[in-house]
Design a protein around this ligand. Structure first.
Ligand code: DC
Length: 224
């Protein structure tokens, strides 16, 4: 196993990226970086400090000032903004419905991309997001693009929310929000959600987590 390997996993909201990336990271001893959590953290900080999200300069300034860090945790990695733990609040609906606006700000993306590359430079990494294969790690040895129907992704997110005791949005509301976020993430000018030309596309709609993991593991194995 190449200890410096870079694995990029991209795809729309709730396509299973973080679940499979975490499993593969622990099986292969790679660092896992959830880049969506970073955009969520900036959004959380902006809402917390009442920064106007339409003021791109102010949001970008905030993004460059806060320190986002990860610590191991079960079942999820713990996420901190400076010294405040935000693991749970960054998954709440207020953040989910505003994160696309924040993630579309070019200077915010630049600040996050710089931090993500710095994390990746430390060694073997599996990173999930929207633009990892296209922009953040264009030389990654393995690039996966996960897709699944919007309905299936809404069902997964709903079950996840119930299991985590998060606020109870209806399934229909979650599906509508997912479609809106897909549309915003795919149509933004800077680093839109897009499959890299050299990425392998996997449709997970009718696959179990174990099946997705084993397919990706065999792609990684073949890349060596
Ligand atoms: O994966 P997620 O749902 O936690 O991501 C939250 C938001 O962050 C999503 O709407 C798109 C954005 N994002 C992004 O633009 N680029 C990334 N690399 C990761 C996430």
């Amino acid at each position: 196993m190449n200890k410096q390997i870079q694995v990029a996993i991209d795809g729309p909201a709730s396509s299973g990226k973080s679940t499979v990336a975490k499993i593969i990271a622990s099986k292969l001893g790679l660092v896992y970086c959830d880049t969506g959590a970073m955009y969520r953290s900036v959004t959380w900080a902006a809402l917390d400090r009442q920064v106007d999200l339409a003021d791109q300069q102010a949001v970008a300034k905030l993004a460059s000032q806060i320190k986002i860090s990860f610590q191991p945790g079960t079942p999820d990695q713990r996420v901190f903004v400076d010294d405040v733990e935000v693991t749970k609040p960054i998954r709440e609906a207020a953040v989910s419905s505003n994160v696309s606006t924040v993630a579309a700000i070019p200077a915010v993306r630049q600040a996050m991309t710089d931090q993500q590359r710095a994390i990746a430079s430390r060694g073997g990494i599996i990173m999930d997001g929207r633009d990892i294969g296209t922009t953040v790690l264009p030389n990654a040895q393995v690039k996966i693009f996960l897709v699944a129907s919007a309905h299936e992704r809404a069902v997964r997110r709903y079950k996840e929310n119930v299991a985590k005791g998060l606020d109870s949005q209806s399934l229909a509301d979650i599906e509508a929000a997912i479609k809106l976020r897909d549309q915003k993430d795919s149509s933004r000018k800077v680093s839109p959600l897009r499959k890299a030309d050299d990425a392998v596309e996997l449709d997970t709609t009718s696959l179990s987590i174990d099946e997705v993991v084993s397919r990706i593991l065999s792609i990684i194995e073949k890349s060596r």
